[in-house]
Design a protein around this ligand. Sequence first.
Ligand SMILES: [Zn+2]
Length: 144
Amino acid sequence: MYNKQQLMEMIKNENSNIEFSKPKNVTSERWNNYLQVFISGIQQNFIKFINCQTILAWKPSHGTNVMEKHDKGCKNVSSPLNMQQSIKSYRSTNNENDQRLIRSIKRKLTNTIAVCCACDDLTFSSVKSDGFCVLVQDLVEAGR
Ligand SMILES: [Zn+2]
């Protein structure tokens, strides 16, 4: 078994022995957003939250408690609908205001992401990944 630090290191180095997949015999909808970590085909006591890429310690005996807790704590990317609404409600027809607004939303998003990193014990490099950038881009586009 690997510990979290070893795991994070392997993920960072894009170690090809790491795989993420849904465990067998799980039925809860919570699993739609989570994948279990496998190393060289062996189940690890960790899961990954797909939306924010956070790694959480998890054992089958934990059930979905871990996910429930993280879903609550992670307001950042777990509810794109709310984010979309708040961007729309601030929207203005004035161009100069729009520019100011976009800057303030960007600042706000940066703060939120930093908070998510802190609360989830993430490195900043994990939110610089291409996939994450695409996600953020899509969220911003969706709000327009
Ligand atoms: Zn999170």
